[in-house]
Ligand binder design. Structure first.
Ligand code: UT7
Length: 356
């Protein structure tokens, strides 16, 4: 029997697509809900505007499906050719089942496997890494990888939640991964990390089964709660405990350390250096974070792609949206070396080095 090593195939991105809702929400628009200003948002985050999904007609899945259709078409295949789906999101249509099966249904695919990834901002890079392993081992030939979010449905639009609500936006990105005939082309390596010690620093506790086990002084006292009330109660909603919470400065401090680290790790693993990198596509968390990373790694402006100004932080969708837009703008050419890198809630962080 031939050795497994000989069977390994590199995975390449054969098609890429993105979808953002048409509804543009500017920083000025946010002022009708909360005490904030265009100046504060731009200075601290770089964001000018973001897109919000139609409240009733669009979901995380429908946006993912729109991005997927474009990626599938650009790959020159049809939905019937897809043999596995990986869907990354923190804002799924349902608590369960996940969005993967909803995509399988919406695109009338065969009864293929569908996997949901819950790794927030680094979700897409994690999803890509999972798909990469399946291609490398020869298990699948056309994997649809989607990152999508509908944040606008679940954030606190009052002044209380302004440190979070001004940042996030809705959208979706998708790629089709296929085996590459050229072993020098495609995903060279992926690098995944986590540190759960700070899990509650950026989190949405409810609904959940924690019963305050991990969360101190954050949610209602459960001792007197009736059966069935612990998962989601009126008290939680009355105290706005159904929204995400974040210690922004703590996340910022960790992000500016872990982003450069995981980028350098990817380059070192392939005996490459910063000078070899054509384009870094960082998760669009905050323009100040991306600029800090750029400075620390001494990258030129043309080596870093940012579009947070237009879309805000779209979490699992941000890396594929940025990758797609960079490609559509002609900033990615065959043979270019790209690094995708992300950091977020968990904490989790990840990178992928790709020869386009
Ligand atoms: O993608 C997932 C990972 N997430 C991130 O990477 C986020 C990382 N963190 C950040 O991007 C930044 O920490 C934020 C943009 C969230 C916040 O910026 P900051 O410079 O760290 O501000 P801060 O949280 O330290 O708040 C400074 C002040 C506070 O007021 P006081 O206490 O100084 O009076 C906040 O209440 O700014 C206030 N503030 C706002 N003011 C106007 C917070 N949010 C807003 C707002 N508009 N939207």
């Amino acid at each position: 029997m031939p050795e497994m090593k000989n069977q390994l195939k590199t995975a390449k991105i054969a098609g890429i697509g993105m979808y953002v809702p048409s509804n543009v929400f500017t920083n000025e628009d946010l002022k009708q809900y909360m005490d904030t200003s265009d100046e504060w948002i731009q200075e601290r985050t770089g964001i000018k505007e973001r897109r919000y999904a139609d409240r009733t007609k669009e979901t995380t899945t429908t946006m993912g499906v729109e991005a997927a259709k474009i990626a599938i078409e650009r790959a020159g295949i049809t939905a019937a050719d897809i043999d596995f789906v990986v869907f990354a999101t923190l804002s799924p249509d349902y608590y369960f089942p996940g969005c993967g099966v909803l995509v399988q249904r919406a695109l009338k695919m065969k009864e293929v496997g569908a996997l949901d990834i819950r790794n927030q901002c680094s979700g897409f890079v994690y999803a890509l890494s999972v798909a990469d392993q399946f291609i490398r081992t020869g298990m699948y030939k056309n994997i649809l990888v989607i990152g999508a979010e509908k944040h606008s449905f679940g954030i606190d639009f009052s002044t209380r939640g302004r440190n979070i609500s001004v940042i996030f936006g809705d959208g979706a990105g998708a790629v089709v991964l296929q085996p590459s005939s050229n072993p020098q082309q495609g995903i060279l390596s992926t690098h995944l990390h986590s540190d759960g010690n700070s899990a509650e620093i950026l989190a949405m506790y409810n609904p959940g089964t924690h019963a305050n086990h991990w969360v101190e002084n954050k949610v209602a006292d459960y001792d007197d709660a009736a059966m069935g009330e612990m998962f989601m109660s009126h008290q939680m909603i009355d105290h706005a405990q159904n929204f995400p919470t974040m210690d922004g400065p703590a996340v910022f401090k960790k992000a500016i350390v872990k982003f450069p680290e995981v980028i350098q790790e990817a380059l070192a693993a392939n005996q490459l250096s910063i000078a070899d990198l054509n384009l870094l596509i960082p998760h669009q968390a905050n323009l100040r974070i991306a600029q800090f990373v750029q400075q620390k790694l001494k990258l030129r402006d043309d080596q870093v792609y940012n579009n947070i100004q237009k879309y805000g932080n779209t979490t699992a969708a941000s890396v594929p949206i940025a990758l797609c837009e960079a490609w559509q703008e002609g900033k990615i050419k065959e043979g270019d070396l790209l690094c995708l890198a992300a950091f977020g809630s968990g904490f989790t962080w990840a990178s992928a080095l790709i020869k386009w």
